[in-house]
Design a protein around this ligand. Structure first.
Ligand code: CDP
Length: 570
């Protein structure tokens, strides 16, 4: 199997099995065989005579060729005693002490197994509200988030990967101002991403410059008003300073809620791409687009036949994961199997554009993104319908918004995940992000540093006799090709990095993928260090007007220990 040195390092460090002395007990190929066999075996639930060996070989080849990879917990745990295969969970936080601490315990169990948890804290009474049983006063959502944070910190030591949380608070919760700024101290809530749950009413109030109502989550009474523009500006300032909070558009998540009768969607998984109902979980997987090109008359073109085949196999694989999964709680198993959500997405999109010679920040690039995702979505749904013919529709289909149409096996099929680790394993650009830098340092897991040089650039420069150590050093120092006088303009136009792409192109690309994605799109809009608060505000407005489900921004250098860095290793 052809994988990069970095990929091998990541797999050996956390993914391959070890004995009690810490010695590796499987090879990289052995890992993929273990996963393929465990997932293919789920076919037997539907057909006792299923040709599991052939299916396992297909799954094995799809993974070892790096055409498709399932999310990290599936790679780590399939075919092993822990058996927890999903990346994404949402847990409810009802307003009682017992329920909050049940939530802490359940989150710890999920983190231990490699999953990430999202919570809405919007149901908790506001700080200072009375507590009937004790006659005391409530300490509010932010104080309880700190409890979850501390628990995550403790579990992190023993788990397979660092536990991650998403904390969401509705913009009309009375404690919203302290929530927005709760991560401004960089030592606070380090195991949380936070997002403000934005409503349409709030966005209208921002536009018209009017106040909006704060609502007591218990009584639903109005407790006061805030100026919407001031709150919006505080979100923008905080995000400009620290990268957080992100925003999510709650009404949009709910307009795509497949089973509204089951209640509202209030939260997403930690990186924001997977909205889920309380106790729902979801497993993700990504198709490596770089591997779905073929040469025609010396030029790369999309290999649509291969892509269609991979989509079919990937949907089959991800549906099987739901059955092969060992769930951390009975309630999660019950709720997950009612909707059978899966999240198929893509990675290596930017690398694919490089091979096609299309700039990321161009109408052509955005249009191609849309066309590819439309294909993944359409064929993904067809594959799910074909599965439904054999295996039955997801159990809540008859009460779903799709009930008039053809039965689907999965209530959602597509999601664009960040692919933080999968992209390293596949050796391609992550998700739909532009190439971050053409040579850079990546801090992964416990301060390990990896140096990455973009393979497509290396090959192209070599082809054109432009490759030299001096040029690569310059690129490593700046991350971008833009400053290199030795490189031709035509090449620099295509080989753009995240910081060469203006924030509005980042949002346009996200919005185009969102049009063809059931769930949400993980995307960070990168700003240069010199960007202004107004620049950030404009991007939030653009994400809203173009139909994104949320947005996350990051201004270069605004946080210590950022995951991706431009520049040389000292
Ligand atoms: O590439 P990989 O499969 O490792 O994960 P990803 O695509 O970067 O992240 C997908 C989801 O996995 C995130 O949105 C989280 O729900 C979860 N995750 C987590 O729980 N803990 C992490 N350290 C990273 C991801």
């Amino acid at each position: 199997m052809k994988i990069t040195k970095n990929a091998r390092a990541v797999l050996e460090r956390r993914y391959l099995t070890r004995d009690t002395h810490g010695q590796l007990t499987e090879t990289v190929e052995g890992l993929f065989r273990r996963v393929a066999d465990a997932i293919a075996a789920a076919d037997l639930n539907y057909n006792s005579a299923a040709d599991v060996l052939t299916t396992a070989d297909r799954f094995y080849n799809m993974m070892t060729e790096l055409d498709f990879l399932p999310n990290s917990p599936t790679l780590m745990n399939a075919g092993r005693p822990l058996g927890q295969l999903s990346a994404c969970f949402v847990l409810p936080i009802p307003d009682s002490m017992e329920a909050i601490f049940d939530g802490v315990k359940n989150a710890a169990l999920i983190h231990k197994s490699g999953g990430g948890t999202g919570f809405s804290f919007s149901r908790l009474r506001m700080q200072g509200a009375s507590v009937n049983s004790t006659g005391g006063v409530a300490s509010g959502p932010v104080s309880f988030m700190k409890v979850f944070n501390a628990a995550t910190e403790a579990v992190k030591q023993g788990g397979t990967r660092r536990g991650a949380n998403m904390g969401i608070l509705r913009v009309d919760h009375p404690d919203i101002m302290s929530f927005i700024t709760c991560k401004n101290d960089k030592n606070e809530l380090t195991n949380f991403n936070i997002s403000v749950g934005i409503t349409e009413a709030f966005m209208k109030a921002v536009e018209s410059g009017s106040p909006y109502n704060l609502i007591d989550p218990g009584t639903q009474e109005i407790t006061g008003q805030l100026d919407a523009k001031e709150v919006f500006d505080t979100i923008v300032t905080s995000a400009w300073q620290t990268g957080e909070p992100g925003i999510i558009f709650l009404d949009r998540l709910n307009s795509n809620n497949v089973v509204p009768g089951q209640g509202e969607i209030e939260a997403t998984n930690p990186c924001g791409e997977q909205p889920l109902l309380p106790y729902e979980s979801c497993n993700l997987g990504s198709i490596n687009l770089v591997n779905h090109l073929k040469l025609e008359n010396g030029c790369y073109v999309l290999d649509t036949d291969k892509l269609a085949k991979t989509i079919h196999d990937a949907v089959h694989f991800l549906d099987n994961v739901i059955d092969a999964n060992v769930y951390p709680l009975d309630e999660i198993e019950r709720v997950t199997k009612l909707t059978r959500k899966i999240g198929l997405g893509v990675m290596g999109f930017a690398d694919m554009l490089l091979k096609l010679g299309i700039p990321y920040n161009s109408h052509e690039g955005v249009a191609l993104g849309g066309r590819i995702m439309e294909m993944v979505n359409t064929i993904g749904h067809e594959a799910s319908m074909e599965l439904a013919e054999i295996r039955g529709a997801f159990p809540l289909f008859e009460e779903s918004i799709f009930k008039e149409g053809k039965p689907l096996r999965n209530a959602t099929v597509t999601t664009i995940a960040p692919n933080g680790t999968l992209s390293i394993i596949a050796g391609v650009s992550s998700g739909i992000e532009p190439v971050f830098a053409y040579a850079y340092i990546r801090n992964v897991m416990d301060n390990t540093h990896l140096i990455e040089i973009n393979e497509t650039l290396k090959a192209r420069l070599t082809d054109e006799n432009l490759y030299s150590d001096q040029i690569m050093e310059e690129v490593a120092e700046h991350g971008t090709l833009a400053d290199s006088s030795a490189l031709p303009e035509a090449l620099k136009k295509v080989f753009v990095c995240a910081h060469d792409v203006s924030p509005s192109w980042h949002v346009k690309m996200q919005a185009e993928f969102q049009k063809h994605t059931d769930n949400a799109v993980s995307k960070t809009v990168n700003f240069s260090n010199t960007a202004t608060k107004q620049d950030v505000a404009e991007v939030y407005q653009l994400a809203y007007s173009l139909g994104c489900k949320g947005t996350t921004i990051y201004r270069d250098g605004s946080r210590d220990g950022q995951v991706l860095n431009i520049g040389k290793v000292n």
